[in-house]
Design a protein around this ligand. Structure first.
Ligand SMILES: Cc1cc2nc3c(=O)[nH]c(=O)nc-3n(C[C@H](O)[C@H](O)[C@H](O)COP(=O)(O)OP(=O)(O)OC[C@H]3O[C@@H](n4cnc5c(N)ncnc54)[C@H](O)[C@@H]3O)c2cc1C
Length: 552
């Protein structure tokens, strides 16, 4: 893979330069929570590459998990998270998520987030796959993310020292290499009106979300292209657990429609998965039936489709009745009506899709990466909290908890401003043929879906690695001048790394299922870490992922 540390050539002296204490990249739950915590006491710039509310966070449906019920316990939530994580969860991160998470959710309620409540006024707690207790808070049934984003955006707008730059694309982290050490010192950005700019800061936070757009079938919005993880790689930060992408079992499968998520909560309310002959897909597969963890249900669907030759399975929620479904899931009911479907009357065609990126930029429990000055939180980060598979509704919680912890770490670290300094980054460009960006993007997404998807086999992944090497020879060497080109370069970088990681894990565990290595191997009960320039993955034992000194 070409080894360029920055996507484009530039001279800092020719660019507008802006100063602040912290740049937060990403306006989802993680970036907003970090910004809210910091911006009363220091100058923060929050970036979003599109509208502020276009994020995985806004699209979240099912809810936020928290052990709030008097009958529930932290131990129960921890145990369910560890079980889903298939041996790779970092226990300290999980306990922190669960315990601090309950406080974070209570704080959200005091900030005015609306949640569905029972007759006595207490938050109604739903059930989702992998949870053995009712602990999922939700809003208007299935609009939790929209309400969470509204609440946090409103709160952020009140912060005294926060500047929000929406539709502003972050290209690369500016690294200070003077004096022989390395430190994140700024962010190179591009805005359609202001062009290229350098934002100098004492700390940089990557809260750029996931990368579902790398797969042809995905529940994620178009902004989820893995930019933050790719730029951390270019900056030399360590990445972890890249082979683990969670596939959601039930997205709408209607020709021409986006893969709208049909929340797990629908199965929590008793909906069944059947095929066209009415046979149950999950019978005999797992004791929790359609509420088993997502990897189990997704694999069962894919195997069922391979056996029957069908293109999709069906979700049967008819027992809820049309009115029951509409009152519990009003947003979903409206979305389905747009395709002529009524869940009280019709079977809903569904299919798995890429949903949540478990891997990301490796951090300690406070969101510090191994590049001083650079922090990461939310879906872009790999704290080890989800192990090899994320428990449903734990990721909004993750954004809240680790967003707050990153802010606390930044205040504790109290770093000095490293910039400004002069940068001249030159890139040798050669004459090259025309390139159809949308064509290469869709080839990449198809290759990832067919070969680095729910069922993986070494020989086919090796072919995909070869394809990436070929694409990267001519696409990564180029210089683009707009976000579609930079996103493609990030997708090519991260796609190759994910493929490499999936090949390196010669076992099946959590979301990562290999036909040629169907068993879980004790010897691979470790995280695989990747850093630019290192010829092979570095192994970190469970318990050591966040301990920077033990593996750097
Ligand atoms: C359909 C759907 C339903 C879900 N339901 C649930 C649920 O019920 N419960 C749950 O816990 N989780 C759910 N999830 C997962 C959860 O929503 C995400 O994991 C979580 O919201 C991620 O938050 P985040 O802050 O890390 O990133 P995001 O919310 O994805 O935000 C990423 C931000 O980064 C910005 N960004 C990215 N790249 C750049 C760049 N180059 N320059 C500038 N800005 C950039 C984007 O513009 C965006 O603002 C769901 C996800 C989806 C897609």
């Amino acid at each position: 893979m070409p080894d360029r540390p920055l996507l484009i050539p530039f001279r800092s002296s020719l660019l507008p330069q802006i100063f602040c204490d912290t740049v937060v990249v990403g306006s989802g739950v993680a970036g907003l929570r970090t910004s809210i915590a910091l911006a009363d006491r220091s100058d923060v710039i929050l970036l979003a590459k599109d509208a502020l509310d276009l994020s995985n966070t806004s699209w979240a449906q099912g809810g936020i998990a928290a052990a709030l019920s008097p009958e529930d316990t932290f131990e129960g939530h921890v145990a369910d998270t560890l079980e889903a994580g298939a041996g790779l969860c970092e226990p300290e991160a999980v306990r922190t998520l669960v315990e601090q998470g309950a406080d974070e959710v209570r704080r959200l309620l005091t900030w005015g987030m609306r949640v569905d409540r029972d007759a006595a006024g207490a938050p109604k707690l739903g059930l989702e796959g992998g949870h053995h207790h009712h602990r999922i808070l939700h809003t208007d049934g299935d609009a939790t993310g929209t309400e969470l984003a509204r609440c946090l955006i409103e709160r952020a707008r009140q912060a005294a020292r926060l500047r929000i730059f929406d539709r502003c694309f972050a290209l690369d982290i500016v690294v200070d290499t003077r004096g022989g050490s390395r430190r994140a010192a700024g962010m190179l950005t591009w805005h359609p009106r202001h062009g290229l700019q350098i934002l100098w800061a004492r700390s940089i936070v990557l809260a750029t979300g996931g990368c579902g757009q790398l797969w042809r079938e995905t529940s994620n919005p178009r902004v989820a292209t893995g930019d933050g993880v790719a730029m951390a790689w270019r900056a030399g930060a360590m990445l972890a657990d890249l082979e683990f992408m969670q596939f959601h079992p039930t997205t709408l499968y209607v020709a021409g429609a986006p893969r709208h998520l049909i929340s797990e909560a629908v199965r929590g309310e008793g909906a069944q998965l059947v095929d066209r002959q009415g046979r149950s897909v999950m019978e005999g597969v797992h004791e929790l039936g359609p509420l088993a963890t997502r990897d189990i249900v997704s694999r069962a669907i894919i195997h069922h489709l391979a056996r029957t030759g069908e293109s999709h399975v069906l979700l049967d929620a008819r027992a809820m009745g049309g009115d029951g479904f509409r009152s519990r899931f009003p947003g979903l009911a409206r979305m389905l009506a747009g395709y002529g479907l009524d869940a009280g009357r019709d079977l809903v065609p569904v299919h798995p899709a890429a949903h949540y990126f478990v891997g990301g930029v490796r951090t300690d429990i406070d969101g510090r990466t191994d590049l001083p000055g650079l922090y990461a939180c939310g879906e872009a980060a790999a704290t080890g909290v989800h192990g090899a598979n994320r428990l449903a509704s734990n990721s909004l919680l993750e954004g809240l908890v680790f967003g707050a912890r990153v802010a606390a770490a930044i205040e504790a670290d109290d770093a000095a401003q490293a910039g400004p300094f002069a940068i001249v980054h030159e890139v040798e460009t050669t004459e090259r043929g025309e390139l159809d960006l949308s064509d290469i993007r869709s080839s990449l997404r198809s290759a990832m879906w067919r070969n680095i998807g729910i069922a993986r086999v070494g020989a086919r992944m090796q072919d995909v690695l070869g394809m990436f090497d070929f694409w990267n020879r001519y696409a990564l060497e180029r210089v683009f001048d707009a976000p579609d080109g930079w996103e493609l370069q990030n997708m090519l970088t991260l796609g190759r790394l994910i493929t490499q990681a999936a090949l390196a894990r010669t076992e099946s565990r959590g979301t990562h299922a290999r036909g040629d290595f169907p068993d879980t191997a004790d010897a691979l009960r470790c995280h695989l870490l990747w850093r630019r320039g290192a010829p092979a993955p570095i192994r970190a034992e469970v318990g050591a992922l966040g301990t920077l000194s033990s593996i750097t």
